[in-house]
Design a protein around this ligand. Structure first.
Ligand SMILES: Cc1cc2nc3c(=O)[nH]c(=O)nc-3n(C[C@H](O)[C@H](O)[C@H](O)COP(=O)(O)OP(=O)(O)OC[C@H]3O[C@@H](n4cnc5c(N)ncnc54)[C@H](O)[C@@H]3O)c2cc1C
Length: 376
């Protein structure tokens, strides 16, 4: 990869700077729980919090580490709504459902702020158009959102023209995961890293060196969900998303996170000046529909070009990384029972920071009490 004048970038998310791993032990032997949660990303950790509020004894396992998947390696946008823009969601899923999704996710965003205030910034976000056609699409979105009483403003500034979503936010995703894990452990949950779920059924979860005996298991996995639960393979497909991060940039100042080209590309400036930039999945073409979560040459080159020409900073690239998420055929997440005693949530179609936290709580309520008011 280019930028040859600078030292080689590390293959780590920029979010790992100053956030040490928790170093939790793997599971060895058998343990009992009311509920076993598989996956310690933002969704699994939100699920654990809700289960604890409902009084359940929780054991949770992760094949890697807390926040080791997309949950600790993403763009850090906290967006209201589902992945599709509001006017498109209204067309595809019905107006009432799209409005309900906005309201539920806005409430969830407030919850995220309250749970982990040190990891969150209330910045608002910008959707910036790249051409006249996209600007017209912004206007169409604005019209439907205004009719539905949702928070949005027309925007014109040095970043370009488009829309401002004043209630959105941004966060340090890895820090939030680690903080949620610490909170869960303090409340009595037992969390195990480097512990892959090998077999999941109504008796619990078998792992390489142990077994969680539990009548209920909740799988909270985004990328690779269809591998953990093969029944979902027809509806769920895994894709790789890539990012780069820079040293603190002194030649630009972005107050708000920006997304552009219909949400394909996105960047934000962190409090220490670093830029985190992601996108250009389309440049990689079909090669990006993969479970391989390592950065690729073509997408990284496109990100670098965008960093220089669009974001307009000369700051050296220090971090390059990728992670997996999954998409569904209908654009809605999976939140359902998949086998006797086994429930699954995931496949947030690229924007799971807020939706995943919400779905994690919804599936906890469904699995324990059989009902929830939180379904999108
Ligand atoms: C580059 C990138 C940028 C993104 N930007 C944004 C953004 O700005 N805003 C936004 O809302 N969303 C964004 N997303 C999407 C968002 O990151 C994800 O939807 C969300 O983080 C998913 O969290 P999760 O907890 O559901 O899943 P994951 O983070 O995938 O966590 C699942 C965990 O399960 C573990 N696991 C998997 N299989 C097993 C097994 N068999 N046994 C045990 N453990 C297992 C994994 O190790 C992982 O830690 C982005 C994603 C990427 C990759």
């Amino acid at each position: 990869m280019s930028d040859r004048s600078a030292p080689a970038a590390v293959e780590l998310p920029v979010w790992a700077v100053g956030v040490p791993p928790l170093g939790l032990a793997p599971l060895a032997g058998a343990v009992d729980a009311d509920v076993c949660v598989v996956g310690l990303g933002g969704s699994g950790l939100s699920c654990i919090g809700e289960l604890q509020r409902l009084g359940a004894r929780v054991v949770a396992v992760d094949a890697a580490a807390v926040g080791g998947g997309a949950a600790g390696r993403n763009g850090g946008f906290l967006l209201a709504g589902i992945a599709a823009f509001h006017h498109e969601a209204a067309d595809s899923h019905g107006r009432d459902r799209a409005v309900r999704a906005w309201r539920l996710t806005l409430e969830e965003l407030e919850r995220i702020v309250a749970e982990t205030p040190a990891a969150v910034r209330r910045t608002g976000t910008l959707r910036i158009a790249t051409d006249h056609e996209e600007l017209a699409d912004c206007e169409a979105q604005l019209a439907v959102m205004r009719e539905d009483g949702l928070p949005v403003e027309r925007y014109e500034g040095w970043e370009g023209r488009g829309l401002l979503f004043p209630r959105d936010g941004s966060f340090q995703p890895l820090l939030r995961c680690r903080q949620l894990a610490v909170q869960a452990i303090a409340r009595g949950a037992r969390l195990f890293e480097h512990t892959r779920a090998l077999r999941i059924d109504e008796n619990g979860v078998a792992t390489p060196a142990g077994h969680v005996r539990a009548p209920i298991t909740i799988v909270a996995v985004d990328g690779g969900l269809e591998r953990v639960i093969p029944e979902l393979a027809g509806r769920v497909r895994t894709v790789r998303l890539q990012m780069i991060g820079t040293a603190p940039a002194t030649d630009v100042h972005y107050e708000r996170p920006v997304y552009s080209r219909y949400g394909l590309d996105y960047w934000q400036q962190l409090t220490d000046g670093r830029i985190a930039l992601g996108g250009f999945r389309d440049v990689g073409g079909d090669d990006e529909w993969t479970h391989d979560a390592r950065p690729s040459e073509a997408v990284q080159r496109a990100l670098e070009q965008c960093l220089r020409e669009r974001v307009r900073t000369t700051a050296p690239i220090t971090h390059r990384w990728a992670a997996s998420v999954s998409y569904t055929t209908d654009g809605l997440p999976v939140v359902e029972q998949v086998r006797p005693g086994v429930w699954a949530t995931g496949a947030y179609n690229g924007t799971g920071n807020v939706v995943g936290a919400l779905c994690g709580r919804a599936i906890a309520q469904l699995a324990v009490s059989g009902r929830t008011e939180l379904l999108l």
